[in-house]
Design a protein around this ligand. Structure first.
Ligand code: MN
Ligand code: MN
Length: 457
């Protein structure tokens, strides 16, 4: 079956052109002006931008933090993704201590396969580094898991500096990319204990226990460990000006560092922690930062220093989950939803405010992650041969985010009441109209996408 999406402003990496897109068997076959419409199923994209399907390279769906499981599973999370314009996501499969990577991968497949409404792949978080796990790295790469994740904080997840160094070298043999959660875990533990001992237990002490230098120190250390191992690295959810400055220093030395930030660090400020226990919904790590951090990140985005914007979607309900930490902020499950709203939040706060072009938005929300994580050119670009993952974006729609009508299976959103400009009018997943006007049309079409080695190694 052939589809023709005609008359849209097609957002290419370097330019935006009015063109028609011919789709056959789920793939883009032609991007040209004036492709004949006769005998083809047509979609009129007049007045709209056409983006490549957005990629969210940082989600936690059906994740058990040891106390409770995220509000969104793969079914609800991928429907929400699709409705907002995200057609591929990369979730973090996570090794259990003492267990194998292959069992973790099997577990994540069993949670996702057959339940997803957008396409998906997995990073593998290495938690327990042993010679046997080192052997498994090759098997992961052969299974299409070419990126790995390390934690420098959280006692149940983090690895030592020596382990980071060894993992970077081993994964580097396969040209895989390792991303890290950069916070100094020992320092966080010490600061949390100090606040709790003083009886400072409310959510407002969460950001105070994880100040900007906690991130910057870990960013700096991770960069030096990568230099020792001789490999490029990825830093997830960069949130501070100080951390950015450390990454810049490493780049100046010649270290290749790829940077991700998230919409919450670009649009919210730490005054969100002044609302008593309601602030628990903003408890995530790293925490929401100060205005000076936000402006440094936007400036870095305009200058092309940030490579991607993903969500760190990790949703918990206020009722029954976040309130586990009512008497102790360190027991509040960390994380917030965002998967559905990332494209609109970035379009509204980025494009309409002149902070980035639509071409930069396509790079930050799709193309760069596709290249970094071995999905390109199947995903991340509108070009002949690529999957027909297409977002018809209507810049004229004004709407407001509210938890009441979101598709996240969650009772809150950090963007409650935030006015939006622009929205995904139609979302095509491999050529099929899968969502329209923010609502699902066809669910359950998502498939696992095995990935190649990173293009940026
Ligand atoms: Mn993290
Ligand atoms: Mn995360």
């Amino acid at each position: 079956m052939e589809h023709l999406i005609y008359n849209g402003r097609v957002v290419m990496p370097q330019q935006t052109v009015t063109a028609d897109i011919l789709v056959r068997d789920g793939k883009i076959v032609q991007v040209e002006k004036n492709i004949p419409r006769e005998g083809r199923q047509v979609y009129d994209a007049s007045g709209c931008l056409v983006f490549p399907g957005f990629i969210d390279a940082h989600t936690h769906l059906q994740m058990d933090n040891g106390v409770t499981v995220t509000a969104d599973d793969f079914a609800s999370g991928t429907i929400a993704a699709l409705c907002g314009g995200t057609t591929t996501l990369l979730d973090f499969a996570t090794q259990d201590p003492g267990d194998t990577l292959s069992h973790a991968l099997q577990t994540w497949h069993s949670r996702a396969d057959g339940h997803c409404s957008c396409d998906y792949g997995f990073h593998m978080a290495i938690v327990d580094w042993t010679p046997a796990v080192s052997q498994e790295v090759q098997e992961m790469v052969e299974a299409g898991v070419t990126s790995f994740k390390l934690y420098m904080a959280y006692d149940n997840l983090r690895v030592s500096d020596r382990e980071i160094y060894e993992i970077l070298k081993r994964v580097g043999e396969f040209h895989g990319i390792v991303g890290a959660h950069c916070e100094n875990g020992d320092l966080v533990n010490a600061l949390v204990a100090e606040y709790l001992e003083r009886g400072d237990t409310s959510p407002k002490y969460h950001p105070l226990s994880r100040p900007d230098f906690v991130e910057a120190e870990a960013v700096s250390r991770y960069c030096y460990l990568a230099t020792a191992a001789g490999v490029p690295i990825h830093i997830v959810h960069l949130s501070t000006r100080l951390g950015l400055e450390e990454a810049r220093r490493a780049r100046t030395r010649g270290q290749r560092v790829y940077l991700e930030t998230c919409p919450q660090y670009l649009t919210l400020e730490d005054s969100v922690y002044d609302q008593g226990f309601e602030s628990a919904k903003f408890v995530c790590s790293p925490p929401i930062r100060k205005g000076r951090d936000q402006s440094a990140l936007w400036q870095a985005i305009s200058q092309g220093e940030i490579d991607s914007i993903s969500t760190d979607h990790c949703s918990f309900n206020m009722n029954g989950q976040k309130d586990l930490g009512r008497d102790n902020f360190s027991r509040i499950p960390n994380g917030m939803p965002g998967l559905e709203h990332r494209p609109a939040v970035i379009y509204t706060h980025g494009v309409t405010k002149g902070r980035l072009t639509v071409n930069q938005m396509a790079a930050l929300l799709a193309e760069n992650a596709a290249r970094l994580f071995g999905l390109y050119p199947r995903k991340g670009v509108i070009a002949p041969g690529s999957d027909a993952d297409l977002v018809i974006w209507d810049p004229s729609i004004s709407w407001t985010i509210t938890a009441k009508n979101q598709h996240h299976h969650c009772d809150n959103t950090p963007y409650e009441g935030m006015p939006m400009q622009g929205r995904a009018k139609a979302v095509f997943l491999r050529g099929t109209l899968a969502a329209e006007d923010g609502e699902p049309v066809q669910t359950g079409l998502g498939i696992y996408i095995p990935r190649k080695e990173s293009e940026y190694f």
